[in-house]
Every structure is written in C-alpha cells, then in structure tokens.
Design a protein around this ligand. Structure first.
Ligand SMILES: [Zn+2]
Length: 244
C-alpha cells in the first residue's frame, strides 16, 4: 500500500517536471485569444481577460429563466440551468470547439467546474443524486476518443460530489451533426435516438442530465423522454451554455 502511494507521488512528480520542461519550449496559450498563459491555478486553461469575457452577461434575462422557458412544454423537468450564453464567435464557442474537436478535455472539466458552482449557488439542485452526461453514439465516440459531456460531468462532479452515471443511457442511432439544421429538422433528427439500457441505475433517483450546448432543446427532450421511462425518476437539466 505504502509502495503504491509512493509510486503515485513519484509519477505525479515526474509528470509535473515533464510538463514544466515542455512549457519552457512550448508555453501554453489561451485557447480563446492565443496569449501565453501564466503558470498559475487561475490561468490553468484560459487567460483572466477571456475568463472575464466569458462571464459577461449577454442578456438582461437570466440564462436560467431563458433555458427553463425554452424547455417548458417539451420535456418534464424540475429545474434547468446553464452557466453561460452561447453566441457565434464568443469565447464559449471557441472553448466548446476546442473541447469537441481538438481533444481538450481539460477545457470541458473547467467548464464543468464553472457549471457545478452555478448549480450549487442557485440552491435548486440540492436533491440531485447523480449526473447523466448526454451519450455519444459508439461510432462517434470511437472517432473522437471521448465524450465531451463526460468531461463536463467530471468537472461538475468535482465541485458537487454527485456521482456520474454513464451506463443507464446510450445513443442507439447515429444521427448527422445538427449544427446546420433548422429547428424543425433538429426535432426530427433527435426523436427516438436514445435507449434506456439500465433503468435500475436511475430508478427513484433525482437525475441531472448534462449537455454542452442547448439550442432548441430537441436532443435534451429526446434524452429526457427516454430517461423518464425509469420508474420514479425526477429529471433536472443543465448545460454549459444555451443560445440566446
Ligand atoms: Zn485569452
């Protein structure tokens, strides 16, 4: 046991020294503006200037109210919240792009920690038992190598302590990317694409479903429709950002 602890400490130390060595030649840059990051905890992923930009409210309406209004009537949920507004060419868009297409799971974890703090501060999510990240189809998972929503869920879990549940739900239909689709096409494209594989894992639980961006709410509605087949389940919804 002691040997194992010592080994882990040594491995962590080697990793740290290696990263510092790499940083000497290739200093880390902010994924939003490209400035070199300071070697401090506050600039682990994004520079302070871009972080401030990220947190600037874009609408006088609270993003929580906006998201709840959008989802109301399309799915049964207790509460919904998001951390940021999503706009074209915004810092959030650049970060989510890096997370999804450039292997930057660390950015997902950072955004997840931000979201976790928003959820705790709102006081509306204290009953949550577990977190279900929106699953990727296994074909896309193979291609990308990871599920970006799981990275976000890890960040949320780090702050809140909520368990992550990845076995209950899967995506059974490989659908096309929805980025260029109209609202109506998104609803058609998302219907019936998920499958509840292990209802026992979530039965009787308060489940928080997590996505990266909520646009029309079509994917989330499809996800929640499937999850609600488990008995006694109560659904909560959260995303890093929603379009305004
Ligand atoms: Zn920056």
């Amino acid at each position: 046991m002691l040997f194992k602890v010592q080994l882990l400490t040594i491995m962590r130390l080697i990793r740290k020294v290696w990263h510092e060595f790499i940083n000497l030649f290739y200093p880390r840059a902010c994924p939003v503006c490209g400035e070199i990051l300071l070697d401090t905890d506050s600039e682990r992923c994004v520079c302070m200037v871009c972080r401030a930009e990220l947190q600037r409210p874009l609408s006088p309406r609270s993003s929580h109210v906006m998201l709840e209004d959008r989802l109301e009537g399309n799915l049964d949920f207790v509460h919904a919240a998001c951390a940021y507004y999503f706009q074209k060419d915004s810092a959030v868009q650049k970060l989510v792009h890096m997370l999804k297409y450039h292997g930057r799971e660390d950015i997902g974890e950072m955004l997840g920690r931000d979201l976790g703090r928003v959820l705790l501060d709102s006081g509306k999510f204290s009953s949550v038992d577990c977190v279900v990240p929106v699953p990727l189809h296994k074909k896309r998972l193979r291609k990308r190598g990871y599920n970006q929503c799981e990275a976000i869920a890890r960040g949320v879990s780090e702050v809140t302590g909520w368990r992550i549940e990845c076995e209950a739900l899967s995506r059974k239909i490989y659908n096309e990317s929805q980025t260029k689709m109209s609202g109506e096409q998104r609803w058609e494209n998302s219907a019936g694409i998920f499958s509840l594989d292990a209802p026992d894992k979530i039965a009787g639980k308060n489940v928080l479903v997590i996505d990266d961006i909520i646009t029309t709410g079509a994917t989330m509605a499809s996800c929640c429709a499937e999850l609600s087949k488990a008995s006694g389940v109560q659904l909560y919804v959260a995303s890093v950002a929603c379009t305004c």
